[in-house]
Write a protein that binds this ligand. Structure first.
Ligand code: GAP
Length: 515
């Protein structure tokens, strides 16, 4: 099947806008970099993914290794917490990215996202270094590099550029100072326009109350996790849970990302789904392994193909000092393919956070195990995923292109997560068809998200529903009044079945349950 020229990402961005999944925030004012709005289909899809996570994490969590149900409860904590929270968690001092400014273009980049490559050219059989070229992670590295290399070569008086191996590129941060001085900026013309990397704190701040000074300064949370640690004791005291147990939370987080990129993948305002699992210290490693396997399984259960998921065990020397193990659950994003990029992090955080908050707040956060007659600070295993990043996965994974269909672009989203479950159409707007279709619509929408559509040809209506990822379309036609039956079309196969009107509910329920 021939594919359109444009990259999958640009097609996803334009489909998202055209069909109302995701819009640029403040678009009419020129947009605001790193901020996105979820439109009618997008917020429904996001809510469905969130609800599935909540169901599978809080309402019906998996069975533990001993076959017993796990105990996980929910929380919805404030976005703004006491500023000491971020001192204790380490975010105030350490939540920083190294960033690099380009003196020429005045752009700012995350140092670890600038990839550099030394390029050579050959003239009259003599091989000479041409310079160090850079591109940004996720860019079409080869195109950017080759364009720049050609420009440089012209300045050098012509010659042949030796084949460039994009896979040999290394982050800017790993270059020596001398090499960094030779780099050509990403959108600069001259050599050596990039500054040395400097730390840049990612937390947004604001002020509480009428005075705006250091004493009233507070932060928008950069992760939902800390709210859970602050309420751990209240939750144990009020909910009769004891280790091992989990606390789950879904909500907005804010990071002043240096280079928000790749659509909603790295935004400045985004949503997370995080769960902190508190357990006896000696069981930490077991729960860490349990949650890594469980989370990989879960992403498959929402429709991600196994071959597009990867559990990346972070090497010991790269994990945070307090972590005894971190595995990133990675997905083969359109902009990382054939490689993978982070979707979720599963971290064994030990007792670090609770001990820090106990010390900073001077509150005892020990758990007293009455039965075993001992007290301890629980260890924590944290599966932390991005809800908005998960929506991007559903769109990328679901995107299909087939020129033989009425809408070549269509979305194969797992039916239970699809924003609209049923399209309901009268074939034509006469002969009693709209009345029957509307009656069916008013009945089915009590249970399923439905869309009634009576405009344009039936083919165009199917196409609209395919683009929205709607799994089933029900058409009331000229025969319906005679045979009391409708046609139900399946999105994935485009096949149609005749179903009696009084069996439609059971048919849809069975299909949605099995898909
Ligand atoms: N409490 C741990 C924590 O926040 P993280 O790896 O920084 O860990 C967890 O974030 C997840 O949140 C990431 O795997 C990603 O899915 C999502 N996330 C982080 N920063 C993001 C951003 N700027 N835009 C969208 N999603 C983001």
């Amino acid at each position: 099947m021939s594919q359109p020229e444009s990259s999958l990402m640009s097609r996803l961005v334009s489909l998202s806008k055209r069909r109302g999944f995701i819009f640029q925030a403040s678009e009419i004012y020129g947009g605001l970099n790193g901020f996105w709005d979820f439109g009618p289909l997008g917020c429904q899809l996001k809510n469905n993914l969130r609800d599935q996570w909540w169901h599978d994490m809080v309402e019906c969590p998996p069975l533990g290794p001993d076959g017993k149900p796990l105990s996980i409860v929910g929380l919805d904590s404030s976005i703004i917490q006491h500023p000491r929270t971020w001192e204790a968690s380490g975010h105030a001092a350490g939540f920083a990215d190294l960033m690099v400014d380009c003196r020429e273009s005045k752009h700012r980049y995350r140092a670890d996202h600038i990839l550099c490559l030394e390029v050579f050219y050959e003239k009259a059989g003599v091989k000479k270094p041409l310079g160090v070229l850079s591109a940004l992670e996720g860019d079409e590295f080869d195109t950017t590099i080759i364009k720049k290399a050609k420009k440089l070569m012209q300045k050098a008086g012509g010659g042949e550029i030796l084949p460039i191996e994009a896979s040999l590129a290394v982050p800017f941060t790993t270059l020596s100072k001398e090499q960094q001085g030779l780099v050509i900026g990403l959108d600069a013309e001259n050599v050596g326009t990039l500054t040395e990397p400097r730390a840049f704190n990612l937390m947004f701040h604001t002020y509480v109350g009428v005075f705006q000074d250091e004493d009233s300064k507070v932060y928008l949370r950069p992760e939902t996790a800390q709210g859970i640690f602050l309420q751990y004791k209240n939750i144990m005291d009020s909910s009769r849970v004891k280790p091992p147990f989990g606390v789950a939370q879904v909500g907005k987080s804010f990071r002043n990302e240096v280079t928000p990129r790749n659509f909603i993948f790295r935004a400045r305002e985004f949503e997370q789904m995080e769960m902190e699992f508190f357990c006896p210290p000696e069981d930490g490693m077991m729960w860490y392994e349990f949650w890594v396997a469980e989370r990989l399984r879960w992403w498959e259960s929402v429709g991600c193909r196994k071959e597009n998921l990867f559990g990346h065990v972070i090497p010991e020397n790269e994990v945070a000092h307090y972590s005894k193990g971190t595995t990133d659950i990675e997905y083969r994003w359109p902009f990382t393919a054939p490689n993978f990029g982070e979707l979720e992090g599963v971290a064994y955080r030990t007792d670090y956070d609770l001990k820090q908050h106990a010390a900073f707040s001077k509150t005892n956060l020990d758990y007293i195990d009455q039965e075993a007659k001992r007290r301890y600070v629980p260890h924590v295993v944290e599966p932390a995923s991005g809800l908005t990043r998960g929506v991007l996965l559903l769109l990328a994974e679901g995107y299909q292109y087939d020129e033989s269909r009425a809408s070549p672009e269509w979305l194969k989203i797992k039916p239970s997560l699809a924003p609209i479950k049923l399209g309901i159409f009268p074939l034509v707007n006469k002969d009693g068809m709209p009345e029957v279709a509307e009656k069916l619509y008013l009945d089915l929408r009590q249970t399923y998200t439905c869309q009634f559509d009576a405009k344009q040809s039936i083919g165009k209506r199917y196409a609209r529903m395919d683009e929205a990822g709607t799994p089933f379309c029900i058409t009331v036609d000229g025969e319906t009044l005679k045979d009391q039956a409708v046609t139900i079309r399946d999105r994935d196969t485009a096949s149609q079945e005749r179903v009696a009107l009084d069996k439609v509910r059971a048919y849809v329920a069975a299909k949605l349950a099995s898909a």
